[in-house]
Ligand binder design. Sequence first.
Ligand SMILES: N[C@@H](CCC(=O)N[C@@H](CS)C(=O)NCC(=O)O)C(=O)O
Length: 213
Amino acid sequence: MDLYYHPLSTFSQKVLMALYEKNIAFNPKIVNLRNPEKRAEYLKIYPLGKIPFLVCDDDRKVPESSIIIEYLDTHYDSNPQLIPTDKDRSRQVRCTDRMCDFYLTEQIIILFFASFKPEAERNQDAIEKAKFRINVMYEQMDKDLENRTWVMGEELTMADCAFMPGLFYAQDIAPFSDHANIVAYWERLSLRPSCQKIINEVKPLLENFKKTG
Ligand SMILES: N[C@@H](CCC(=O)N[C@@H](CS)C(=O)NCC(=O)O)C(=O)O
């Protein structure tokens, strides 16, 4: 199957983590959405132009990071199971994943792109709202992680895949150093081979992106 993605993209990293954790092989198709020609080519594959996007061998198309992970969980017999089969646990994991996407990852992306703009051109309202949401998420996460190894408990789930990219980018732009349980969690999470693989690939690209904007 083909995975359309970019190593710098947070939602792509979420899916990469699931693929690496489950040890599922895929054809990497890196999409550079900043290049107008490449973007136009990609729009023919996925008209909304969002990444990640999975095209399966039977030509089934799967958009949206959480839905791709659900597809991997239900179509591949490989552990870990990232969305529990128990209905209540499943709802809790999907809820945390969604909260993370909307109120942490997307807010961190807002701060990340704002950081490249001159102060006067930044949307201060959006920045304040983003900081507020990130802080609410950190407070909740720090409480949740008090007695847990992973964000939902002792099993790694899709929610951990969702938190990984945001926390990676947050280190510079929305530090969580005041939240000891998140710091300890990030240490555990970032040391997983799946995360190391993603971080090692993204670090040089990120340094370059910061220089060139
Ligand atoms: N809800 C989507 C969000 C995907 C998304 O926003 N991806 C970003 C990259 S991290 C993207 O495609 N941005 C390009 C654009 O919006 O044109 C998911 O979970 O996959």
